[in-house]
Design a protein around this ligand. Structure first.
Ligand code: FAD
Length: 449
């Protein structure tokens, strides 16, 4: 194939993998739905390399897919066998930490955890944080507009970005490495690329916003009887306690399954809902706030982690690795107006159980951000039509005015359902944008739109 020869000539022999040299890691993201290897893998070391590769692929009409850490859960980085992958693994490193501006300029392939550690060493704090921190990359985080566990206090990935560099489908480099908090000089171009899942341009560098470190975080686990109590606790904690940096909830079936599998027990009794509340306020303040909530019957029971190890135990139930082992497990990531989350969970469970009475159905998530994840295992064997689970989960969601993707993105897995959350006018504008930026349709074809 002469294109591969041209790419090798432009980027160097070792920058292009083909044939048997393409490892299995380029096949699928963490959704484990990818089945094909790409035609070739390009591993650029610089923005110029990305630009040269795209220029050649654009001229040849060759589709490309960006791959970051491949921790995505929507199939966004999966090839179908006819694309060339541009993998950002070598375009890695922190270029600068500017303590006066409180910014970090970073290459797209840098792992999130590396950026967090570098910020901490400079006496600052990078607010983006998610379970995949060791493997996911900043470019992937921005391309998916990742959420994570600190959204309630600091916002999503989008809110952590001041500047961005992206390469367009034809190889044009658009460098907007702005460091200012305020910059209204025309359209905010970085927003086009953030959350576009590699379909409008490839992100090569970013200027991230850093914050003062939040100080010591107190972790509390609370047990409650009803979902309305969870919402009341959230609003009361924000109003009376303050310093809330995480607020996660788990429904009984999710908490019970994981806690039992991990051999953990926190309270003597069973409860309907469990929340993890994290605050930067003094431990005494959190303690007296929770004592008040127990006294007036809002919270059934509560404990404050007495050590880092106990806080980790509490979070291990929320991270829920045991549940991932259920057969045919499907994971959903939806958002709804927070007051409707409880009713949606009940309606969705009822609809799924009507079809699969023995199914495992459980709910958990970043409830403080109106975001809930759903675990469904129909407990049926291979051959089961798993799309009928999608139909029920998203069909029920439509009646509640929710979004089919709170934070994981659309990728390939949710593409058939985008119309549930977006109007015909919104979809038409998305197509216009795609046509304007990528008229040949070479960037991550078949994803999102
Ligand atoms: C244990 C675990 C916990 C998770 N927790 C969360 C969570 O709390 N919140 C959350 O939002 N997500 C979460 N995720 C999902 C995932 O980690 C995020 O979507 C993450 O942002 C993906 O980053 P990545 O580098 O792995 O991207 P990839 O999976 O490699 O790619 C994701 C998408 O971005 C595109 N892309 C990648 N790099 C670039 C680039 N440089 N330029 C343009 N496009 C690019 C790809 O083409 C693809 O469409 C979790 C995943 C796991 C496995």
């Amino acid at each position: 194939m002469s294109l591969i020869g041209d790419l090798r000539a432009a980027l160097g022999e070792d920058a292009v993998l083909a044939g048997a040299d393409i490892g299995a890691r380029y096949r699928s993201d963490r959704s484990e739905t990818g089945t094909a290897l790409p035609l070739a893998v390009i591993r650029p070391r610089s923005t110029e390399d990305v630009s040269a590769a795209l220029r050649l692929c654009h001229a040849a009409g060759q589709p490309v897919i960006a791959q970051g850490g491949m921790t995505g859960l929507a199939g966004g980085g999966n090839p179908n066998g006819s694309e060339i992958v541009i993998s950002f693994e070598r375009l890695s490193g922190i270029e600068e930490i500017d303590t006066a501006s409180a910014t970090m300029t970073v290459k797209a392939g840098t792992p999130l955890e590396t950026c967090q550690q570098a910020a901490a060493e400079a006496g600052l704090f990078l607010a983006l944080d998610l379970g995949a921190r060791g493997s996911c990359q900043i470019g992937g985080n921005l391309a998916t507009n990742a959420g994570g566990i600190r959204v309630i206090r600091y916002g999503m990935a989008r809110e952590q970005v001041l500047g961005l560099e992206a390469v367009l489908a034809d190889g044009t480099v658009v460098t907007s490495l702005n460091k200012m908090l305020k910059n209204n000089a025309g359209y905010d171009l970085k927003q086009i690329f953030i959350g576009s899942e590699g379909t409008l341009g490839l992100i090569t560098r970013a200027v991230l916003r850093l914050h003062p470190p939040p100080g010591e975080i107190v972790t509390a686990l609370c047990a409650l009887a009803a979902f309305d109590d969870v919402v009341t606790l959230l609003r009361r904690a924000q109003g009376r306690l303050g310093g809330i940096v995480a607020f996660e909830a788990m429904w009984r079936d999710y908490f019970g399954f994981n806690a039992a599998a991990l051999g953990l027990s926190f309270f003597a009794n069973e409860h309907g809902f469990w929340t993890i509340l994290e605050s930067t306020m003094e431990k005494d303040a959190v303690e007296s706030f929770l004592a008040g909530c127990i006294e007036d019957g809002l919270v059934a029971d509560a404990l404050i982690a007495q050590s880092e190890a106990q806080a980790r135990q509490i979070w291990s139930v929320r991270e829920g690795y045991p549940i991932e082992k259920l057969p045919n497990l499907l994971n959903f990531d939806v958002s709804l107006p927070i007051a409707r989350l409880g009713a949606y969970a009940e309606a969705c469970t009822a609809a799924l159980r009507a079809k699969w009475p023995a199914a495992h159905v459980s709910f958990y998530g970043h409830v403080g951000d109106s975001n809930v994840h759903i675990c469904v295992s129909t407990l049926y064997g291979p051959g089961e039509d798993l799309h009928s689970v999608d139909d029920i989960v998203y069909g029920t969601l439509k009646g509640f005015g929710g979004s089919i993707s709170a934070e994981h993105g659309i990728g390939t897995l949710k593409r058939p359902y985008l119309h549930v959350s977006r109007s015909p006018a919104e979809l038409a504008l998305m197509r216009q944008l795609k046509q304007a930026l990528d008229p040949k349709g070479i960037l991550n074809p078949g994803k999102v739109i």
